[in-house]
Design a protein around this ligand. Structure first.
Ligand code: COA
Length: 155
């Protein structure tokens, strides 16, 4: 049960899903379904009456899928201080009206922050696909590099 007067986690997840889906659809120009949500932690409770702002941004398009980064901030009515409550990465897949997957328009990062997100998206993708059982661990460049590092440390 949620704490009295605190926003329930499931409600916030729903808002995050809807906001990310709108962001994905704006970039893709087609219906986008949620394929996965990376780790979400609830760092700061959101109280009744607080203003909640959700900000979603496309970080990278792969082929039929794309990654969206979303941040959640809250602020009280009586203060201008905003605090970050949580963030997450969602993956969406673009589909047509029959449910067939579609190749999505590419995304070119411009700012340094966008380039960092774009580059690291490849590693996040590998991890989520390995964890979902959709990519063999030995095909992940990130895991290969990590385990090479561990085995060299042990020598
Ligand atoms: C998401 C979905 C379209 C993927 O279809 P699929 O035939 O299993 O997918 P594929 O293995 O061909 O992969 C298609 C793309 O999705 C990505 N993908 C598949 N599973 C994924 C996962 N668990 N996490 C992240 N990306 C995933 C693949 O990497 C691939 O991306 P790419 O084309 O950019 O390389 C399908 O599983 C689906 O319709 N799921 C239900 C979606 C839904 O109802 N969402 C609402 C939640 S209730």
């Amino acid at each position: 049960m949620p704490m009295p007067h605190n926003l329930m986690g499931g409600n916030l997840l729903c808002w995050m899903d809807v906001t990310s889906a709108i962001c994905a659809r704006r970039h893709a120009g087609c219906v986008c379904v949620t394929a996965s949500v990376d780790k979400v932690s609830f760092d700061s409770p959101i109280r009744l009456g607080e203003i909640v702002t959700l900000t979603a941004k496309a970080t990278r398009v792969f082929n039929t899928s794309m990654e969206i980064h979303i941040e959640v901030h809250a602020e009280g009515m009586d203060t201008t201080r905003r605090r970050k409550c949580n963030e997450a990465y969602f993956t969406f897949v673009g589909i047509d009206e029959w449910g067939n997957k579609l190749s999505l328009p590419p995304l070119t990062p411009v700012t340094e922050a966008e380039k960092l997100q774009f580059d690291s998206a490849q590693q996040r993708r590998e991890l989520r696909l390995v964890l979902a059982g959709k990519m063999p661990a030995n095909q992940s460049e990130l895991l290969k590099t990590l385990f090479k590092g561990f085995s060299e440390e042990g020598k």
